[in-house]
Ligand binder design. Structure first.
Ligand SMILES: NC(=O)c1ccc[n+]([C@@H]2O[C@H](COP(=O)([O-])OP(=O)(O)OC[C@H]3O[C@@H](n4cnc5c(N)ncnc54)[C@H](OP(=O)(O)O)[C@@H]3O)[C@@H](O)[C@H]2O)c1
Length: 353
């Protein structure tokens, strides 16, 4: 069966999705019984739309050579709004554009349009999840649609797989996670004697820095992730403003050296727990020892520890990922959500999408 995908954003993540679709379409079809077609792609320059499926390699070339998918020569429209979604005839809307924590646009408007058009949603951008969480989930529920968002919280970590499946039936007491790769890369650079600015550049080269890196270094991204994971773990409806937030901007070489002297490293940790029935979420810089599951993470590696009663601590980390970080790792996670959605909805050869 064909599953049609419309996607906004054609940066690190969007291009990764296009690349994976081009390389793995036949394999996914053989393994999961669904043929994934990219029927709409958009960036700030406009959109390309073809309900029969765009050619991803042509899109990637157009982006590289001419700056926008809209220059691909494929059937196109310059409008990136509801018309884009309607014309794509997509089953799933993938939101992978840059976002903000002020109005969550352009994602939020398009997500609402997509839900009204009976599309399921797969999100890489966090804005709408931390500004309009309750409204978003209620809207999806009322339309009978799914909102999948594994890619927003330390992709490719299987965090929602823990909260929504593995730990069902336990009581999650709290979690702690190193979920902002950029801060980790900067701290690592400083530990190795390089400057803060060197660290920012290294993160940008890895494709993991936010379009606006202040969202990373001031703890906003880590705070958003703390809220999103807390809501999944505890059924709360925290927004980004509910998270007590510290960033790494004020960390000095002296702070780093003091930690190194005691054999520890500094990590930006996103954490939340339930205290007396109230969910408290926080982002803070902490010293972690070399054998600690979060302390041993290097560079862009990420991890989470969930404390579950009565089973104990569950740890998920991504290590030794070679060059597969940032946009490509996130793109894998976006497609994991798409494929799981297809499987959970029985979109195989016996039922049309
Ligand atoms: N990179 C990661 O490791 C990672 C991990 C998890 C989640 N995310 C999230 O995924 C999203 C994309 O990240 P990224 O790394 O791919 O960012 P990026 O490389 O900066 O790309 C952002 C894309 O969004 C497009 N865009 C911005 N405003 C738009 C608008 N109004 N309409 C249509 N397209 C618009 C940009 O268009 P132009 O190309 O024309 O500028 C660009 O293609 C972000 O929300 C980010 O927080 C990223």
């Amino acid at each position: 069966v064909d599953v049609r995908l419309a996607m906004t954003g054609f940066g690190n993540v969007g291009q990764g999705v296009a690349q994976l679709l081009a390389e793995h379409r036949d394999e996914y079809k053989a393994r999961y019984g669904v043929r994934l077609l990219l029927t709409g792609a958009a960036d700030r320059g406009g959109a390309a739309v073809d309900p029969a499926g765009l050619d991803e390699r042509t899109l990637l070339r157009a982006k590289q050579e001419r700056g926008s998918v809209s220059a691909s020569g494929q059937e196109q429209t310059g409008v990136v709004g509801e018309e884009f979604l309607v014309n794509s005839r997509a089953n799933v809307f993938i939101e992978a554009a840059s976002t903000n924590f002020v109005d969550a646009e352009p994602g939020w408007s398009l997500i609402r349009s997509a839900l009204s058009l009976d599309m399921d949603i797969v999100m890489a951008s966090k804005g709408a999840l931390v500004l309009y969480y309750s409204e978003l989930m209620e809207l999806a529920r009322s339309r009978g649609k799914t909102v999948a968002y594994s890619a927003t919280i330390g992709a490719p970590l299987p965090i929602l797989e823990l909260t929504n499946r593995a730990l069902v039936g336990t009581t999650i007491l709290g979690f702690e996670g190193v979920l902002n790769g950029t801060s980790n890369v900067i701290l690592q650079a400083m530990i190795e004697g390089n400057s803060y600015d060197d660290g920012v550049r290294a993160a940008q080269e890895l494709g993991i820095a936010e379009t606006d890196p202040t969202l990373d270094v001031d703890g906003w991204d880590a705070a958003a992730k703390a809220a999103i994971v807390a809501n999944a773990a505890f059924g709360s409806a925290l927004g980004i403003e509910d998270v007590v937030r510290q960033g790494i901007r004020g960390i000095t070489p002296e702070d780093i050296q003091a930690a190194t002297r005691e054999g520890s490293t500094l990590k930006l940790v996103s954490t939340a727990s339930r205290r007396d029935g109230v969910v408290v979420a926080e982002v803070r810089v902490e010293r972690r020892g070399p054998t600690d599951p979060l302390g041993r993470l290097r560079g862009p590696e990420m991890g989470v520890v969930m404390h579950a009663d009565p089973l104990g601590d569950f740890t998920a980390t991504v290590e030794n990922s070679g060059g597969v970080t940032g946009g490509i790792a996130t793109a894998f996670t976006v497609l994991r959500d798409v494929l799981n959605l297809a499987r959970s909805q029985g979109w195989n050869s016996s039922r049309p999408a």
